[in-house]
Design a protein around this ligand. Structure first.
Ligand SMILES: *Cc1c(COP(=O)(O)O)cnc(C)c1O
Length: 475
């Protein structure tokens, strides 16, 4: 299309002021603030402008494009975009159970109910009901944490990065912390042990090599300035081949000989040994406490399956010192998190309950035959709704995610979807842009929906979303 034709079309776009004077837009003004409506109109008109600028031929632009009946839905969409929440529920069809980008662990029913209950009104967050005076927010979960971990003291902060920071700062400010070179972990999102150590004002003293560290290496590094021996769980990678590492028990014995505390950053802490459910063995929190670690830190929203939190358990004297650190105040946990965490921890009093009611554990331990049956059911439902794609039930592998069990391959069943009249890439993008986004991945030219991370309650939303998306990309 020529420059002149394009200019002529662009000049036909209605003006914002004219539109504001129409009855239809006046009705929108009754429901939404003036600024929001004006912004909605501007954005809607911008979309029309872009359509004209990118159209290869004049014929591609129909006169109806300028009609109010065509413009109104655009305005409404642009208004809705401004007033609807940006943070929204999404469907995780990736099969990565602890998906950090998708919010890690979904909360259990019990946790959700407790959050609602506690936050809808006032609470005894920092009020001692027995004494009728100021209490501590940390007491609510301490008792249950001690019961589950068999530790002497416990405390919870904002997240595990914060837990490591405040523990190092309390126990080793200006002093040396000895760590194996094989354990200088980087977790996604710029959490690196050496950098956190620097911020905590502790001095990193690396020992050993990437693949081999011996007890002697730690012992030779101990000196006047040593404050702490640190063991970091290599949660998101493994060193394999010609390796040797010092066990927590050995490190504890060494610490005792030199009167040095030993800290263990577990990363993804859990109270249940998941090897009983066919997963690889991960050290549990109780294992670390039993081995004699003086301080153990772990996340609330990884394998534990609760809210974002950093949990610290250990020897009472050291935990009390950490509690008294002003940094703890800066990293303090809020009441919504505390409520969710307390309800999650209560489930762990019975292993069976925990596996049944904590979604992360339920998904990780789901029997593969049950996943296959559910895949077939979703396939039937989808085939009933749409014939715009071929839908197969296929064998796939899920991942644990969240920097836990990095080598674990979980056999699973998925739907492999191939649109008849569109690319798989277009479908994947359209699903992400739904009101309730569906996050899926592409493999072997198919869109993969892994049933491990899709609960039955989301089947209806998947059918609806998939039908809408397939219709849109097939048009
Ligand atoms: C995940 C992880 C952290 C950080 O925990 P967040 O709760 O994400 O802050 C720290 N250390 C290790 C070993 C981890 O795996």
């Amino acid at each position: 299309m020529s420059q002149r034709e394009r200019s002529a079309l662009l000049s036909q776009i209605p003006k914002v002021d004219e539109l504001l004077a129409t009855d239809e837009v006046k009705r929108l003004l009754q429901c939404h603030p003036h600024e929001v409506v004006v912004e909605g109109i501007r954005n809607g008109l911008e979309r029309i402008r872009q359509a004209i600028l990118s159209a290869p031929k004049v014929e591609h632009i129909k006169v109806e494009i300028f009609a109010l009946s065509n413009l109104l839905p655009l305005f409404e969409e642009e208004i809705a975009r401004q007033v609807s929440p940006h943070l929204k529920r999404a469907i995780n069809a990736t099969g990565v159970v602890i998906h950090t980008n998708l919010g890690r662990s979904p909360l259990s029913e019990r946790a959700l109910r407790h959050v609602m209950e506690v936050s809808q009104g006032y609470s005894n967050l920092e009020y001692d009901l027995a004494q009728g005076e100021r209490g501590s927010r940390y007491t609510h979960v301490e008792e249950i944490l001690l019961r589950l971990s068999k530790a002497e003291g416990g405390l919870v902060v904002n997240n595990n990065a914060g837990a490591v920071l405040v523990a190092l700062n309390t126990l080793a400010q200006g002093k040396e912390v000895i760590v194996s070179r094989g354990e200088l972990v980087e977790i996604g999102g710029a959490f690196r042990i050496p950098e956190v150590m620097a911020r905590s004002s502790a001095i990193l003293r690396e020992v050993g090599t990437t693949n081999r560290t011996r007890l002697r290496d730690y012992e030779e590094a101990i000196g006047e300035d040593t404050a702490l021996l640190l063991k970091v769980h290599t949660s998101n990678y493994r060193v394999v081949g010609f390796t040797s590492e010092v066990t927590l028990e050995e490190l504890v014995r060494l610490g005792k000989r030199y009167a040095l505390p030993v800290m263990n950053d577990l990363g993804s802490g859990c109270f249940i040994d998941l090897s009983a459910y066919g997963l690889a063995k991960e050290p549990t929190v109780q294992d670390a406490v039993k081995a004699g670690a003086d301080v153990v830190t772990f996340s609330g929203d990884k394998l534990l399956g609760g809210p974002q939190a950093g949990i610290i358990v250990g020897k009472k004297g050291l935990i009390d010192q950490i509690k008294a650190n002003p940094l703890t105040r800066a990293l303090r946990i809020d009441k919504l998190t505390l409520a969710a965490l307390e309800a999650t921890l209560v489930a762990y009093l019975s292993e069976g309950e925990a596996i049944k009611e904590i979604p992360t554990l339920r998904m990780l331990t789901a029997p593969v035959e049950q996943i296959r049956k559910r895949a077939r059911r979703l396939q039937r439902l989808l085939k009933h709704e749409t014939d715009n794609a071929s839908i197969e039930v296929i064998q796939e592998t899920s991942k644990v995610g969240g920097g836990a069990l990095p080598l674990q391959m979980l056999p699973t069943w998925a739907l492999g979807i191939k649109p008849h009249r569109a690319s798989v890439q277009a479908l994947e993008a359209e699903l992400r842009n739904l009101d309730q986004p569906i996050i899926a991945r592409i493999a072997n030219g198919q869109l993969i929906l892994d049933l491990r991370t899709i609960p039955d309650e989301e089947f209806a939303a998947i059918c609806h979303g998939m039908t809408v998306a397939l219709k849109k990309v097939s048009a």
